[in-house]
Design a binder for this molecule. Sequence first.
Ligand SMILES: [Zn+2]
Length: 119
Amino acid sequence: MSILILKDGKFYRNGIEEPIEIGNREQIDLLKKQELLINQLTNDGVDCDIDEEEIIIYTISIKCICGRKNTIEYEKSSFYDPDLNEFAVDKLIKCRSCKKEYILKEDDCGDLVYKLKNN
Ligand SMILES: [Zn+2]
């Protein structure tokens, strides 16, 4: 059975108006719910649904052999896999000065390192 809704003082089901029926339990319950909502809205207010997302940024700095320090930011979600408990590796970093390429890797100990990319 589809849901009965109340709109502008009239009952609708599937977009079709339903006549007001004295003693109809479903209509009475809906009116009571509506009344309760209006009561809350005009008095204490209704709790909001809040969806909070915390965004963690990793800032990685690498020093190129040309001397330039390159800083790159990654959102944690794209950089760290909490299920595998490891970094999303093999990210490529290009030196902004000399265009040399480096790859971020996890070493055998699980530490994050950067290495010159083999061409
Ligand atoms: Zn460089």
